[in-house]
Write a protein of this length. Structure first.
Length: 135
């Protein structure tokens, strides 16, 4: 078949619509509780349309999908990519990233305490000092 020669303006709109459609398909996949499929669609969207208007929203939503799968490390990597000055939602990306990092540090501290308690036993309660004024 011979392709129809559309004017450049129509071709540009068609490319933008195709990119937007792929982004919104990924959003629908998230809405249908299909985070793995959505992640693949978001990645495909960014590969095919790296300069499109949904680039940063696709990163933010991909990070949420990765969190839904329990993949904190992957979400953190995605949020690092989204934490850019050119991202209109940079503050949100930075906040989510900071909270994940803080939770990771907190969890690591809890694991260390638990490992120590398991190896040594629970920490002894502090000994009460005798008050020399009452003796």
């Amino acid at each position: 078949y011979k392709s129809i020669p559309f004017p450049e303006a129509i071709q540009t709109v068609n490319r933008q619509a195709a990119g937007s459609a792929l982004y919104w398909i990924a959003i629908c996949q998230l809405d249908r509780s299909q985070p793995g499929t959505a992640i693949t669609s978001f990645e495909s969207y960014r590969r095919q349309y790296p300069d499109d208007m949904w680039f940063y929203p696709s990163l933010m939503n991909q990070a949420l999908a990765e969190l839904a799968q329990g993949r904190r490390d992957a979400a953190m990597k995605t949020l690092i990519e989204a934490d850019q000055e050119s991202n209109p939602d940079q503050r949100h990306a930075a906040t989510l990233l900071r909270r994940l990092q803080e939770a990771e540090v907190s969890a690591a501290g809890t694991e260390t305490e638990t490992e120590t308690e398991t190896a040594v036993g629970p920490a002894d309660p502090p000994q009460q000092q005798s008050d020399p004024t009452t003796e």
